[in-house]
Design a protein around this ligand. Sequence first.
Ligand SMILES: Cc1cc2nc3c(=O)[nH]c(=O)nc-3n(C[C@H](O)[C@H](O)[C@H](O)COP(=O)(O)O)c2cc1C
Length: 203
Amino acid sequence: MNSDTHLRVLGISGSLRKASFNSGLLRAAQQIAPERMEITIFDIIDLPFYNGDVEAQGDPESVIALKSAIRDADAVLFATPEYNWGTSGALKNAIDWASRDREEGSLMGKPATIIGAGGRAGTARAQMQLREILAETGSVVMVKPGVLVQAFAPPRFDSEGNLIDEETKDLLGRHLDEFTKWILRLVRPHEFARYACEMDTPA
Ligand SMILES: Cc1cc2nc3c(=O)[nH]c(=O)nc-3n(C[C@H](O)[C@H](O)[C@H](O)COP(=O)(O)O)c2cc1C
């Protein structure tokens, strides 16, 4: 498949820890993504806190890199942990920086979706909050079918944060299939009808 037909998806994890389950979800997504979807992961660990004074002097390197990675992508896949019923401060901060980009290809109008791994609620509350935040950025967020992973019982990740649960992989795969259609519908509508038809036709 030539690169023109690929859908470039940028994965952003809201957790900074090395063995993060959410970063693990993104790595699993890279492995099981549909053939035409290519997922690149952007690490937000180097972003400073948003500060209008810093911004006024010119974006730091890490912010330039984030904005450019978003512009280069057809869509964004957010993986959020849940901290005190909300998304992480780190992810909110990354979105605050990214939302300051007014160039073509910024978060405004960008197809996006949210997945998450956390405690008993599987990040339901964090995902709801993130949807509200993304509404203000103008991103067009796909909600269903949804990936809300209860990380601990039974354990669905190994000690390095790799996803080891087959059921969760299937769920993630279904979500990415739908996300492919969502992106096509928004960015390449002429290809969408053909793709949806191929997916619905048994081989
Ligand atoms: C400060 C803090 C607050 C948390 N609050 C919640 C919470 O409100 N709901 C929940 O389900 N899990 C909560 N957790 C558990 C995290 O969701 C869990 O540690 C998750 O694994 C973090 O994601 P990560 O593995 O990607 O780092 C909290 C963890 C921390 C450190």
